[in-house]
Ligand binder design. Structure first.
Ligand SMILES: C[S@@+](CC[C@H](N)C(=O)[O-])C[C@H]1O[C@@H](n2cnc3c(N)ncnc32)[C@H](O)[C@@H]1O
Length: 304
């Protein structure tokens, strides 16, 4: 048995954190009180954990970055399958608890910090240098889901997958296709970098304490290169934002606000030249159509 396999085995042997009984015991032992402001809802369901971990496709050659380990329900499962796990937790009251629970688990590293403020590139160099791939696997704090995911994507970290539990509505918006009311700038941003797939929906009853919303697990498989080819990403996203700025308005009206009223006629001609009806709404456009508009705007010098 290799050293890594024996570590993985010892992680499995540790008493399961994600049961109602054990979670309550740990909370009582340390006198821990939940902070709603940090999105603290701890998972107590084995099946959901199995779904999350198997969606991540980990093995002992791979690394996992967990954001917000809480008292370690998911961390424990990740440690049993991945070669190495780094868990970043903002709440200093949880750090000694995590150290106690994972004492002797050589493949688990606990980092105290706010994931939004951490230098993740440096963290990757320090923690994941010897692995064949890294995935982010987390039950995210819902109050910062989008900023966390956008940070992970925009920093172009060398990630294979992001498998996260998030609010169900947000997961549906990320995976939405053009044509429906769920499709918006978040769908385009996520699908530019990743292929999204809904893994499962999760009732609010599988957490302590229970959140007010239902949740879903989504898998975002990172693309080797973005879904569409654009010369200026920031400009592409400005076009996308502008197209959804007022959802009930037409593409023509929304884009007029971006390029200026004096360009109204030229805008109509340009969109027609791209075979995009100016009367359409932003929510009907594919990523490739947004890319076409961005490229054409740049060609005529409209930087927005
Ligand atoms: C929904 S709980 C998940 C806990 C645990 N992973 C589980 O599934 O039971 C979210 C966790 O994220 C932590 N957290 C909140 N904001 C954070 C941030 N900005 N950076 C790192 N961790 C954060 C919270 O303290 C909490 O432990």
């Amino acid at each position: 048995m290799t050293e890594q396999q024996s570590l993985n085995k010892s992680a499995v042997k540790t008493a399961e954190v994600a049961t109602p009984k054990r979670t309550k015991e740990i909370i009582a032992k340390y006198g821990f009180s939940f902070k709603k402001s940090l999105g603290q809802n701890f998972l107590i369901d084995q099946n959901i954990l199995n779904n999350i971990v198997s969606a991540a496709g980990l093995d002992e050659t791979k690394g996992a970055l967990e954001i917000g380990p809480g008292i370690g329900a998911l961390t424990q499962r990740l440690a049993a399958v991945a070669g190495t796990v780094t868990a970043v937790e903002i709440d200093n009251r949880l750090i000694p608890i995590l150290h106690d629970i994972f004492e002797g688990e050589g493949n688990v590293g606990i980092v105290h910090g706010d994931v939004l403020k951490l230098d993740l590139k440096q963290l990757f160099e320090e923690r994941f240098s010897g692995v064949t791939g890294v995935s982010v696997v987390a039950n995210l704090p819902y109050y910062v889901t989008t900023p966390i995911l956008m940070k992970l994507l925009e920093e172009r970290l060398p990630l294979e997958n992001i498998v996260v539990m998030i609010q169900k509505e947000v997961a549906q918006r990320m995976a939405a296709k053009p044509g429906g009311k769920e499709y918006g700038s978040l769908s385009v941003a996520v699908q530019y970098y990743c292929e999204p797939k809904l893994v499962c929906t999760v009732p609010h009853t599988v957490f302590i304490p229970q959140p007010n919303v239902d949740s879903a697990v989504i898998k975002l498989a990172l693309r080797d290169k973005p879904a569409v080819d654009v010369p200026d990403e920031a400009h592409f996203f400005r076009v996308v934002q502008a197209s959804f700025a007022q959802r009930r308005k037409t593409l023509y009206n929304n884009l007029t606000a971006l390029v200026g009223k004096e360009q109204r006629e030229a805008l109509t001609t340009l969109l027609q030249g791209l075979e995009i009806d100016p009367a359409r709404r932003g929510e009907t456009l594919s990523l490739e159509e947004f890319a076409k508009i961005s490229r054409a705007f740049l060609e005529v010098g409209w930087r927005g």
